[in-house]
Design a protein. Structure first.
Length: 530
């Protein structure tokens, strides 16, 4: 679905080069990596090992075979006096240029979110040359994990650098804080909004300088908090004379205000409603079933209701006449598939957590916050709340962790004697949410204004924002609402695209949605001549 920022109309659509990379790669004789990994002579970036360089090929959906070189290793981060304070692990994929006179391929830096997540989700979920084999509908397979060639890889139109921020993947701080009081051994100097952007700015500049890629079109792609990161980083770089051609924000937490409801903050209670409705429809608990245009029309009506009658009714609070209040609750309950009693108990402010507990209570099943179409057995049906960490997320991390560990060791020749941190609670718990980035205002973090400014000061910069309609973690309509508040000039608005696909937070785990997503991303790169 293409979702306009200015109105509720829906249109259905069918269905992120390491710093040491040198010249173009050549295609190998077969699909397997070279028998012996090439080793770069300069091992200054990695503790005890040089970057690993291997050659591979992948066959795309259109039948083309791409030869590419993979480089995995560490990029140092230094302080003002040149002392290394951290090493960031990256995996880069570069496709060789057949014609040396051809313009440089675009270069995309890819991040996941958290904060505290490694890039393995996007790396092995949809963008990289190999992908975890899920069910066609995105179902998580039983162990052991299986990796296969990804014909939808973004290598078809851009070189890729997957970046694991400090504390994730193999990336680690290497020195204690200056005052010696940091128990995280220097991690806190990286774990905050502004600190994170400074570190990633350093990584990007080093990669561009070492590879001679300053003349390449530069893109950023990020998922969840990584979407916030990419939007803020675009302005951070622009204000330091590094122009970004485009950003792809995947299920982004672009603004935190529309995501955190409270007794007075009303917007979060209404922006989640369309995703609750889509989930209820998927489980047969609400009307408007089917797909395509029928679902789009239903959700357009839900959006209008959420931003008009529901918002004003909630704003009226106790002054709303009883008859009007009861009618409002009945209408909301019918849309999101819950008993009127539950909606009334919540006073019309239905949290995604209660929704996940109540929608399939009659089956003693819990709806996944990360993909509302999925449900798991409720381990504690008699408890009023979920009573456990979001099981579906933890269920997902296992195949991605196994994929990362196996691929890095067996295919790319990486030997690092430390755990690969795919999700770090340590990083998340230590995160400094009060450090502000360029253009940020006081209050809850947000990056929509940073995106707006970056697009205004960077000629031709494009942005594509993509969501899964069944994502309850970062609901699509929260982002649409945030973007509608921006003052975007007509020429910039034409360079801002919003797409909504069936599926959840990681909608690309579904085969059909991965195809649609890749096609839409490729169209954005082509529009820039990539």
């Amino acid at each position: 679905m293409a979702h306009p920022v200015t109105g509720p109309v829906w249109v259905m659509v069918l269905a992120l080069t390491a710093g040491w990379l040198g010249g173009p790669a050549s295609a190998p004789a077969g699909d397997a990596p070279a028998a012996d990994a090439e080793r770069a002579e300069d091992g200054r970036d990695a503790p005890g090992s040089a970057p690993a360089v291997t050659r591979h090929q992948v066959t795309l959906t259109d039948g083309r075979t791409l030869g590419y070189r993979a480089t995995a290793g560490f990029v140092p981060i230094t302080d003002d006096v040149g002392k290394t304070t951290g090493r960031v692990f990256t995996v880069a994929y570069e496709v060789g240029q057949e014609d040396g006179t051809a313009p440089p391929r675009p270069l995309t830096f890819v991040f996941n979110g958290g904060p505290g997540a490694a890039s393995a989700f996007l790396h092995f979920g949809g963008l990289g040359p190999r992908r975890v084999v899920f069910g066609p509908d995105g179902a998580v397979p039983p162990p052991p994990v299986r990796l296969a060639a990804n014909p939808e890889t973004w290598l078809a139109f851009t070189d890729l650098v997957f970046v694991d921020p400090i504390g994730t993947g193999y990336s680690r701080p290497v020195a204690p804080s200056a005052d010696g009081k940091d128990p995280a051994n220097g991690g806190k100097r990286f774990w905050g909004i502004r600190q994170d952007l400074d570190a990633l700015d350093d990584v990007i500049r080093r990669v561009l300088s070492r590879t001679g890629r300053w003349d390449a079109p530069l893109y950023l792609a990020g998922e969840s908090y990584g979407g916030f990161r990419a939007a803020a980083l675009a302005l951070h770089l622009a204000r330091r004379a590094v122009a970004v051609n485009g950003v792809v924000l995947i299920s982004p937490a672009l603004e935190f205000l529309p995501l955190r409801g409270g007794p007075i903050a009303l917007v979060p209670w209404v922006t989640v409603v369309p995703s609750l409705a889509a989930t209820a429809i998927a489980h047969g608990k609400a009307g408007g079933g089917g797909g395509g245009d029928a679902l789009a029309d239903t959700l357009a009506e839900v959006e209008r209701f959420a931003m008009t009658d529901l918002l004003t009714g909630l704003a009226a609070g106790d002054t709303l006449p009883t008859a009007e209040r009861d009618a409002l609750y009945r209408r909301l309950a019918a849309m999101i598939g819950l008993p009127v009693r539950v909606v009334a108990q919540s006073r019309g402010k239905v949290s995604k957590y209660r929704f996940a507990k109540e929608l399939l209570r009659d089956q003693e099943r819990l709806v996944s916050l990360y993909d509302g179409t999925l449900a798991l057995t409720d381990p504690a049906p008699n408890r009023p709340g979920l009573g456990f960490d979001e099981l579906s997320l933890h269920r997902l991390t296992a195949p991605f962790l196994a994929a990362a560990a196996d691929h890095l060791r067996d295919a790319l020749g990486v030997t690092v004697d430390q755990p690969y941190e795919i999700l770090s609670e340590r990083v998340f718990e230590a995160w400094d949410w009060h450090s502000r980035h360029d253009g940020a205002e006081r209050g809850l973090p947000g990056a929509a204004a940073a995106l707006e400014t970056a697009m205004a000061i960077t000629p031709g910069m494009r942005a594509m924002v993509v969501h899964g309609v069944h994502d309850l973690a970062t609901p699509y309509f929260a982002t649409v609402y945030a973007l509608r508040q921006l003052h975007v000039a007509p020429d910039a608005k034409a360079r801002l695209t919003v797409r909504v696909y069936p599926g959840g937070h990681m909608f690309y785990m579904r085969d059909a949605q991965l195809v649609a997503f890749t096609r839409d991303a490729a169209a954005m790169y082509r529009a820039d001549g990539g």
